[in-house]
Design a protein around this ligand. Sequence first.
Ligand code: ADP
Ligand code: MG
Length: 721
Amino acid sequence: MVELGARLSAAVGGPTAKVLGEHLGLQTVGDLLRHYPRRYVERGALTPFAELVVGEHATVFAEVQRTSGRKIPKPNTRKPLHKTDVVIRDADGATMTLVIFNRPWVERELKAGRRAYFSGKVELFRGKVQLANPEYQLVDDEEGVLQEEFAGTLVPIYPAAAKVTSFKIARSVEMALAMVDLGGDPLPDPLRTRHGLIGLEDALRGIHRPPDLAQVVRAKKRLAWDEAFVMQVVLAQRRAATRALAGTPREARPGGLLEAFDAALPFSLTGGQVEVGAVLAGELAQPAPMYRLLQGEVGSGKTVVALRAMLQVVDSGGQAALLAPTEVLAQQHLRSLQAMLGPLGQAGRLGGAEVATRVALLTGSQGAPARRTALEQAASGEAGIVVGTHALLSEGVRFADLGLVVVDEQHRFGVEQRDALRAKGRTPPHVLVMTATPIPRTIAMTVYGDLEVSTLTELPQGRPVVQSAVVPLAEQPAWLGTAWTRVREHVAAGRQAFVVCPRIGGDEPEERATDGRRPAIAVLDAHLMLVHGPLNGLRVELLHGRLAPDDKEAVMQRFTRGEIDVLVATTVIEVGVDIPNATVMVVLDAERFGVSQLHQLRGRVGRGSEPALCLLVTEAETGSPSRGRLDAVASTSDGFELSRVDLEQRREGDVLGSVQSGSRSSLRMLRLLRDEALIREARTEAVALVEQDLLLAGQPALRQAVLDLLDEEQADFLDKA
Ligand code: ADP
Ligand code: MG
């Protein structure tokens, strides 16, 4: 008997284990048993060839029509090549040729009338589909009688690779199933009863060797529960562990900065801002560290909410740090915090207010003197607020008393980063994560499952909706000129514009899409084209990631001051850039951007009170999927709606992978959108269980499953680091 965690070689032998490891990344018996079939075919039912996709590894069940072999002289060698052509046919009578080299004996087996599974890569040869050098497995005897053991069952078809056919996987799974000792069920009995779930052993057999499709359905449901439940248990444990930590309460102080700030605020807070603000104020005043996600549309006023939380912490004698994903954004945050604070952020300076504090900036690329000053201000506590990139988490940075960390637009802010932060404070700081990328509930529950979530739904009063439109060059080439005319109109009215391109250009290697599309429009080229063409005479400048940090900063400053009319940029402007006077955006080759990305980009305009316009320029044709995505973006400004559109088009793995390290490999059966209800139920069950038995002492199999998941996350994280 072998355990799930045992090396594969213990179950399938060294050579097979090696191949499975190299080609499919399967290392343990558990990995193999969780390599689920992609689909099932009914034994005996011939596969319609019309469904084959060129380039895929396919397994077909077919009947041999005729076989012929011959020797082909091979130049420069004495040994000729032996080639066998096998013509097979499907249920519709369609035929396909298999070409098999140097296996002359196949002619003895593949006689006319015999039926077999053939597995190989689907190729196109002289306009016809063929399988080259397929593996095969005969299923009938010489008389053409289907062998008993195969009759009436479903054949699992596995995600395979060139060197590992679906049969080989099936045989290995068979061996593993025969030998494995599952060692108990990670789902507690009462839970299984409540949700009508079959046992683990039945589920694994049911998914790999199903007697019928009904059993496959039961197995899938049960295995999806495993994934959802184990993950939710991990998250519930993390929440419980966070709650158990002793942090420092940061209570508001009457007559402090926060009151002065509120009194000077030039607008009144929205209902949502007030409500979320009260929640944050309450949690900050608790000894257990707050751990909260604040989501809200671009422009919904998250920064103000975060700043008010920071001021409460400063009032209580602590410090706050604001982490931005890029230097441009860190600098911009510095500017906007200073602008919002006014004299309140000028402690010790002429014109500073009585109850003022200081805002310091710390980035990786700033000069040594500036850095030294900032480090001193952080260490002495002189700076109540320190803004920076992840350089803030580096070793050399010390705080006098770090009480709150605000993380802006940082989706990879996982457990590891949080641990790094803990070491920065005397006690674990409160944490507020902000994101403008609306995350569907299930993703939030899964990825950020140990955060409490607050959402700002309403936009501040008078904020205009950005009018959006697709400029379809395939059908309306002349509209591009109109787009530039609109830009000139906005500039003539004293407004500013963004032109966004998918790449920088210049000596950057031409990134050609695999489908042979032309390279995307580059910032450098678009800039030249616009300066000498349609935007001639306007003040047009560039912003992209290859500029030196100082230059980037200088360009942003000048754009902010209105000294630049049009900024041609990459997605460096995607998040956080806040220029209320920018009212028009033209996105070139818009189909090259993701749905959520476009929504983010669009949020850079319409931040003032003037009506704003976003034009999505594309060559994608009506009816194409990319055009569909653009139409979706143009038709709604609801970020949640768009994030669903986005998610539906991508695999969850990608979503999770891009959102947080880890988690990617652990989801095989679960679909975050489809299984929303299941995930909710699993969360409820997990919370209840962890409340009673934090360390899972009564659930050894579950505890093991949790450890395995954590190992996997850890391995994934190390992989990426
Ligand atoms: P987010 O960070 O959510 O994108 P910000 O906090 O940067 O949004 O707010 C966007 C703009 O709206 C800022 O210029 C900010 O000063 C302004 N703002 C925030 N809250 C309000 C409000 N309640 N009323 C009017 N303007 C507001
Ligand atoms: Mg913001």
